[in-house]
Design a protein around this ligand. Structure first.
Ligand code: GDP
Length: 428
């Protein structure tokens, strides 16, 4: 079972990029299985910051195959920018990147619609990144999407773009928008297609061969469990299956190949955009965490909402993903706080529960347990035993409530600021 899933266990931005980068050391291939350029992984290597939206974080390791799977939605212009930026730094050489011909394309009309809908929704806006991800997934399900493989066939591409634009006409008109010009869209996608063609192929066939050869495959999720279309805080969710189960459909491999699921969680909680967030801290403490943790979106620059660790939500994430292990990031951000609170239950209309509700999360009252903090700088620790006892107790208590062991603990953005890193692939 040579595949391991790395999945966000909260509302995204958990630091998956850093963990995938560390695990890639043990992997032969990294596959991005869901989402689009609305996700942003920030990696810091030897002090240099690299933000990736579509290309898997494995790109920093020259001998690792990077696969963009069929479950993703690809904005060709964004992807090319990223390829150019990486290649400009001497990364992503030769045939390292393979983009699924089955991946859906984000089209200009998708971005237009995303913006028009969000503006039209007023207070009910979801807070999307307006990158066209939702409308691209809508078109996929409605069976009128255009796929990456179509970029290699100009006539087919032209016909599909025309049909898609036609279908968007009435809804764009409803919002008072102006539909992009067909010949402009076609010309630009033909040009993008020409440059992207060498990277596009049959990732499912490639993965089948790799699995036959016992290659170690890291399946990289985008966003997080609580943003999953089916299991998240609907309707404030993304348009794809971010959870570990989505790795099978989004990459095109069978569940029998999955040998482990590592859930990534911050030592506290953040959320971007609208939607319920029981442990949110609105005052100075929330602001302190935002500053200390540099909690601003990698893709949009939006300030993230910050709050205490919600262990009820985390335990739910452990269940729906089948996490075999958790990785805890950003523990360093909590240094200096006298006391730390962990949400261990919800009060729903006077009834206590530790079950994550399907709806009504906005009106639950969090029940907290308080733990003592620590003041010593932990960002230079290189072993779990270097951490102050209160920091170790905090980590252990979260693992206990979540019902899942915590292996890796991250103490800063750099690769070296990590304790407990081990080979994530189960011995075969
Ligand atoms: P992702 O989408 O899950 O990869 O998360 P982001 O990249 O949006 O956010 C993670 C941010 O936190 C990045 O800027 C990382 O460099 C940074 N980061 C990751 N781990 C740690 C950590 O342990 N401590 C601190 N202070 N920053 C971290």
């Amino acid at each position: 079972m040579p595949a391991v899933v790395v999945v966000g266990a909260q509302w995204g931005d958990e630091g998956k990029g850093k963990v995938v980068d560390l695990f890639t050391h043990y992997a032969d291939a990294v596959v991005r299985y869901a989402g689009g350029a609305n996700a942003g992984h920030t990696l810091v290597v030897e002090g240099v910051k690299i933000v990736l939206h579509l290309v898997p974080s494995g790109a920093l390791h020259s001998d690792t195959k990077c696969v963009i799977g069929p479950g993703t939605v690809v904005d060709p212009a964004v992807l090319l920018e990223e390829i150019d930026a990486l290649q400009g730094r001497g990364l992503l050489a030769g045939d390292q990147l393979l983009v699924s011909n089955r991946a859906q394309l984000v089209l200009p009309q998708h971005k237009l619609l995303d913006g028009l809908r969000e503006e039209g929704a007023g207070d009910a806006a979801i807070g999307t990144t307006r990158r066209g991800i939702g409308p691209a997934y809508e078109d996929k399900i409605a069976r009128r999407g255009v796929r990456a493989g179509d970029l290699k066939h100009p006539r087919r591409l032209r016909a599909k773009l025309e049909a898609n634009l036609d279908s968007c006409g009435p809804i764009v008109a409803h919002f008072g928008g102006e539909l992009p010009d067909l010949s402009e869209v076609t010309d630009s996608y033909l040009a993008l297609g020409q440059r992207l063609s060498p990277f596009i192929g049959d990732t499912s066939a490639w993965l089948a061969g790799a699995l036959r050869d016992d290659a170690r495959i890291l399946l990289e999720g985008a966003q997080g469990t609580l943003l999953d279309i089916d299991h998240g805080t609907y309707p404030y969710v993304t348009s794809s299956n971010a959870i570990a189960g989505g790795a099978c459909t989004g990459a095109g491999i069978g569940p029998v190949h999955i040998g482990g699921v590592v859930g990534i969680t911050k030592a506290y909680t953040t959320r971007v955009g609208a939607g319920p967030f029981p442990t949110e801290l609105s005052g100075g403490l929330g602001e302190h965490i935002r500053k200390a943790g540099a909690e601003f979106g990698a893709t949009t620059g939006r300030p993230r909402r910050c709050g205490w660790m919600d262990a009820v939500a985390l335990r739910y994430a452990v269940h729906v993903n089948g996490c075999t292990e958790l990785a805890l990031t950003k523990l360093d951000v909590l240094t200096g706080l006298d006391e730390l609170r962990v949400c261990v239950g919800y009060d729903i209309d006077g009834v206590e529960t530790s079950t994550f509700p399907y709806d009504g999360l906005g009106s639950v009252i969090p029940i907290y347990e308080t733990l003592p903090g620590w003041t010593k700088d932990i960002s230079t620790a290189r072993d779990l035993s270097d951490l102050p006892i209160n920091a170790r107790n905090y980590v252990e208590r979260i693992a206990e409530i979540a019902g899942c062991p915590i292996g890796l603990v991250s103490l800063g953005p750099d690769r070296v600021q990590t304790v407990g890193l081990t080979d994530p692939f189960p011995a075969s």
